[in-house]
Design a protein around this ligand. Structure first.
Ligand code: SAM
Length: 583
């Protein structure tokens, strides 16, 4: 038997957060109806699933009539399943509205891409939108994911409804309550869930659900909905619809924004706002991408830690968003994948134990043994490692320029802002220089990093991360970067080249290299590895302190700020939003 102290230590260990996301036990019958064998219920009927969604969820919420004249309309769904409801709403919305649809949904057992493809294969009317969903489906990681389509934004939470809804912030106009039947799945119909539905409801929000169960009716009435029983779909006699009166809170329309800083953080925020119709003016004191974003190549990959801590969750969510969204924003990604190996035997053992503790899904990273690693890299390597199939590299300066390529963005280079200007919104995104503009709010540190640009004897077929990284751009091998807190003069030194090359040779001893050139830049760092992102005070925001992870964290930071400015659903959990907020 365990002693008391041992027991609490033991249970604390048991609760260490992992990145595990369970997939559903699902079958698809000959007709094409997907069924959950876990819940013993169907997701939808292949023959009339679309008609059922139209009857229950669209007509039940008086749609499409209600979204006709709305610039923004928000749907909240419980139970994303195969995404059928989402796809039907998306298609109907594009045909009947010129506005923007936000669709928020939660799913405890997210389908794998293979399951999703199989489940939607028998719905030819939805083939175009289904293909887009499959192409942009989030990585199977816990928590909230933001997926952007043309005039539709999907905010999809992977996890239990009881943990996800309290972490959301949104004003939902219409609810699709599509958890399996209360008798089979009471977790979706709990008092706490009904309270969250009420908290997240906009003024005069409506709901519709296929069930007429008393527990649903009572629960929704208790949180203020007027509930009505109406004709169900097909052979189902009844279903429930309802409305909850409330007062509308007008949000401040933001038409203009000033962004300070022309690196990845500033360019991403300019783009996220411009996409929303905001007129953005960006000021950069030198030229675009002259700071840390001026390196010749950078890799998109999230740092691995033993458990899924808040910082890890942020970087993985940001990686997931960046690898999907940067390409949509016109950035060229070189999707070679990324391989992470240990820098020595001790590190190798650490990675193997992370494999056990973090439990990353195959869609995110696959563990490879040394022979498979060697085959991937095209070089003999004696250690195992994680292969990130969505890992990619980009040219940061090209990326910044692509982000700024938008009719709503005006750029002023060599324009140093000394005092905060006036605009509906100001976003400070100039890394450590922000310390001067907000001396009481920010105290970021600085580290110098040197990259070495080499001619190499062998080609790499994927990005390789060991202690540092090695990116083969086709023209050169870019390796780095050093990490120096003391010498901040920014000079390129032979000693730093030698350090970069020694580390490269620890991973790839056979690689012969010669130095072509190098570059040193400064990174703004924070004590807890999380950047400072969000509101400082009304109308003033920051996106700074991204350290060496700006390529992945700047786009989601931008999306968070733009969502806050424009009053849209949060793209990340409230806990993450609060952890990132500058204090
Ligand atoms: N709307 C879906 C569609 O269009 O395919 C069908 C939803 S299906 C009827 C119900 C979904 O709720 C299932 O995918 C199930 O895994 C999910 N679910 C059940 N319990 C849950 C919980 N506690 N938290 C989050 N999702 C849950």
């Amino acid at each position: 038997m365990l002693a008391c102290g041992q027991k609490s230590r033991y249970s604390a260990l048991m609760q260490q957060p992992t990145a595990h996301v369970p997939s559903p036990q699902m079958t698809v019958d000959a007709e094409g109806t997907p069924r959950s064998t876990g819940f013993n219920d169907i997701y939808f009927s292949a023959r009339n699933g679309i008609a059922e969604t139209q009857h229950v969820y669209l007509a039940g919420n008086s749609l499409p009539q209600r979204w006709h004249d709305q610039a923004h309309f928000t749907i909240g769904e419980l139970g994303f399943g195969t995404g059928l409801n989402f796809l039907v709403a998306w298609k109907e919305f594009t045909e009947t509205s010129s506005g923007h649809l936000h669709f928020i949904s939660v799913e405890k057992f997210p389908l794998t891409i293979a399951q999703l493809t199989e489940a939607l294969a028998h719905q030819p009317q939805l083939a175009d939108v289904a293909a887009q969903l499959i192409a942009h489906y989030p990585l199977r990681l816990p928590g909230w994911h933001r997926v952007k389509f043309d005039r539709v934004t999907l905010t999809l939470g992977f996890g239990d409804v009881s943990e996800l809804l309290p972490q959301m912030e949104a004003n939902v106009d219409a609810w699709f309550l599509d958890g399996f039947a209360p008798a089979k799945n009471d977790a979706m119909w709990s008092t706490d869930v009904f309270h969250q539905i009420a908290r997240l409801s906009a003024a005069d929000a409506t709901f519709a659900t296929f069930t007429a169960a008393a527990v649903a009716k009572r629960g929704l009435q208790e949180v203020g909905f007027m509930v009505q029983k109406v004709q169900g779909f097909g052979h189902k006699r009844d279903m429930l619809v309802g409305m909850r009166h409330g007062e509308a809170h007008g949000s401040r329309a933001v038409k203009t924004a000033i962004v300070i800083g022309g690196g990845m953080a500033g360019c991403s925020v300019a783009r996220a706002l411009a996409e929303r119709g905001v007129q953005v003016t960006l000021h950069e004191k030198e030229s675009i991408a002259s700071g840390a974003s001026g390196n010749p190549a950078a890799v998109l990959y999230p740092q691995l830690t033993k458990y899924y801590t808040p910082a890890t969750a942020w970087h993985f969510a940001a990686y997931d968003f960046a690898q999907r969204t940067l390409a949509q924003w016109g950035v060229k990604l070189n999707s070679t994948g990324m391989l992470k190996i240990g820098k020595d035997d001790e590190d190798d053992a650490k990675l193997r134990s992370i494999r056990e503790s973090l439990q990353l899904d195959e869609s995110v990273a696959q563990w490879l043994e040394p022979e498979e690693v060697s085959a991937r890299v095209g070089q003999r390597i004696t250690r195992g490692g994680f292969f990130f199939p969505h890992g990619a590299w980009l040219n940061p300066a090209d990326a910044c320029r692509a982000l700024l390529h938008h009719p709503n963005i005006t750029v002023h280079e060599h324009s140093k802002i000394k005092e905060l200007p006036t605009a509906d919104a100001i976003i400070i995104a100039n890394a450590q220089a922000a310390n001067d503009l907000l001396p009481t709010e920010l105290t970021m540190g600085v580290t110098a990093g040197q990259v070495s640009v080499l001619a190499a004897s062998e080609k790499l077929t994927t990005v390789l991360c060991h202690k540092g990284y090695a990116i083969d751009t086709g023209e050169a091998l870019i390796i780095g970067a050093t990490y120096d807190r003391e010498d901040l003069r920014g000079a390129v030194t032979d000693a730093n080249h030698a350090q970069n090359i020694t580390e490269l040779h620890e991973a790839l001893p056979m690689m012969q290299v010669s130095i072509q050139t190098g570059r040193t830049s400064m990174r703004a760092t924070t004590p807890n590895r999380l950047p400072h992102v969000g509101k400082v005070r009304d109308g003033l925001y920051v996106s700074v302190g991204h350290g060496s992870r700006g390529m992945i964290s700047a786009p989601l930071a931008a999306e968070l700020i733009a969502s806050e400015i424009c009053g849209e659903p949060l793209p990340v959990s409230r806990a993450l939003r609060d952890a990132l907020a500058p204090r």
